[in-house]
Design a protein around this ligand. Structure first.
Ligand SMILES: Nc1ncnc2c1ncn2[C@@H]1O[C@H](COP(=O)(O)OP(=O)(O)OP(=O)(O)O)[C@@H](O)[C@H]1O
Ligand SMILES: [Mg+2]
Length: 267
């Protein structure tokens, strides 16, 4: 899963995600309206927009959780919009997903939670960290160390703070050896200090592991602080797509302007 199919890449061979004219409807609701974008290798892209603007829907279209109504979605060479069930399973093994609520298995150790990220590489399920191959245990420990939690390997996940749990969740996705990491409001449940720690971690992983991250946020300041590029959605339409460098808060706040339907006045 390296580069996109050259037939669809338009911005050079470091494009990991190429979306063209994507439309997604839920009944009468147009959740995404003719959206096109590229995400490059080692880029941290932040999606901003009001609640209901289509951010989560876009993430879910990137790993094929939602079938699309129109357009093309190309992730690492896989045409997600027309992928077979087997191709989607293969894709999802290489696309990490980080959620607001961490989704760790609370009664398991941090090490085993990280190991679960590598299950896609094994043919049989495992129960207990010691049932995983030694090499995978060493790899999982490296990822825990990467997120600053090597000392927590044997601790039950539900004894960790929210910020620590989210770092374990990031380590779990690293265990997938992902080419793309999707993060849906990864810091929404965290205090400002831990939110900064997790964003810093995502940013550093992006640069150091040459990983591509697409992250939704509601905090404009965090987006300006950590993103390489910002995309703004409003009512499912892309209304901003700019590098973060040189952008200020006012440039970004326009995304949040509500556009009311035109009212025809009678004299
Ligand atoms: N499974 C679904 N069934 C029906 N409508 C849906 C579904 N998922 C999303 N929608 C609708 O699509 C639109 C976009 O929703 P989405 O969850 O992508 O917004 P969002 O930008 O992630 O919002 P938030 O910031 O609140 O998480 C909304 O109008 C929502 O109600
Ligand atoms: Mg959402």
């Amino acid at each position: 899963m390296d580069v996109v199919d050259p037939a669809h890449a338009v911005a050079g061979d470091d494009v990991v995600v190429a979306v063209r004219n994507l439309t997604k409807r839920f009944g009468d609701t147009v959740a995404l309206d003719d959206v096109s974008l590229d995400v490059h290798r080692s880029e941290l892209l932040v999606l901003l927009g009001l609640s209901g603007s289509g951010k989560s829907t876009l993430l879910r279209c990137l790993n094929g959780l939602h079938p699309v109504d129109a357009g093309q979605v190309n992730v690492g060479g896989t045409r997600v919009d027309r992928a077979s069930a087997a191709e989607l399973r293969a894709l999802r093994r290489r696309v990490g997903f980080v959620f607001q609520q961490f989704n760790l298995v609370g009664r398991l150790s941090c090490l085993e939670n990280v190991l679960i990220g590598g299950l896609g590489r094994l043919s049989l399920p495992r129960y207990g960290a010691l049932t995983y191959p030694r090499g995978m245990r060493a790899e999982a420990l490296t990822h825990l160390d990467r997120v600053g939690l090597a000392d927590f390997a044997s601790r039950r996940a539900d004894t960790l703070s929210g910020g620590q749990q989210q770092r374990v969740a990031v380590a779990r996705t690293l265990m997938q050896r992902p080419a793309l990491l999707l993060a849906d409001e990864p810091v929404a449940s965290l205090d400002p200090e831990n939110a900064g720690v997790v964003m810093d971690l995502l940013f550093r992983i992006c640069i150091e592991e040459k990983l591509t991250v697409v992250c939704t946020l509601h905090q404009v300041d965090l987006a300006l602080g950590w993103a390489h590029r910002l995309i703004g959605l409003r009512n499912g339409c892309k209304v901003l797509d700019r590098p973060a460098v040189g952008l200020n808060r006012d440039d970004v706040m326009g995304i949040y302007r509500r556009v009311e339907p035109e009212v025809t006045r009678t004299p």
